[in-house]
Design a protein around this ligand. Structure first.
Ligand code: ZN
Length: 132
């Protein structure tokens, strides 16, 4: 297993981790199989979406902020309930196929680490397993 370190700079943010994930896959030596990504945090997430046009991630973050406001009648007293809810909605894991020693992403796809309660130092665990 490998671990990617991510330093976030904003309260909410989507960070392209394609290069770091590809490096983990290369290092594993696996040619064909699965790459499992796991975020060990309760106020962050991982997702795959369009990375070519930066307006897409802006729309995703703005829409999440509208649907799940920072301030509302939450019970959790830490003040970051919105971040916990966003983490659950987006999810803390992703699986990407591996082919020819690289993540098999679509042309417009980017793997994003999602920060919902930053800035913080974060981790993404990466497990690559062979299917043949
Ligand atoms: Zn909390």
């Amino acid at each position: 297993m490998e671990t990617i370190d991510v330093s976030t700079r904003s309260r909410t943010e989507m960070i392209d981790i394609n290069k770091q994930v590809a490096a983990c896959v290369r290092k594993s030596g696996v040619k064909n199989g699965l790459c499992f990504l796991y975020v060990p945090h309760t106020t962050a997430a991982v997702t795959v979406n369009e990375g070519a046009d930066p307006s897409v991630k802006r729309d995703v973050l703005e829409t999440l902020n509208e649907l799940i406001p920072f301030e509302a009648d939450y019970s959790h007293t830490e003040g970051n309930s919105a971040a916990h809810i966003k983490s659950t909605v987006v999810g803390v894991s992703e699986v990407v196929p591996v082919r020819d020693g690289a993540p098999m992403l679509g042309t417009w796809q980017t793997i994003f680490f999602c920060e919902f309660d930053g800035p913080r130092r974060r981790k993404v665990h990466v497990v690559v397993s062979a299917s043949d």
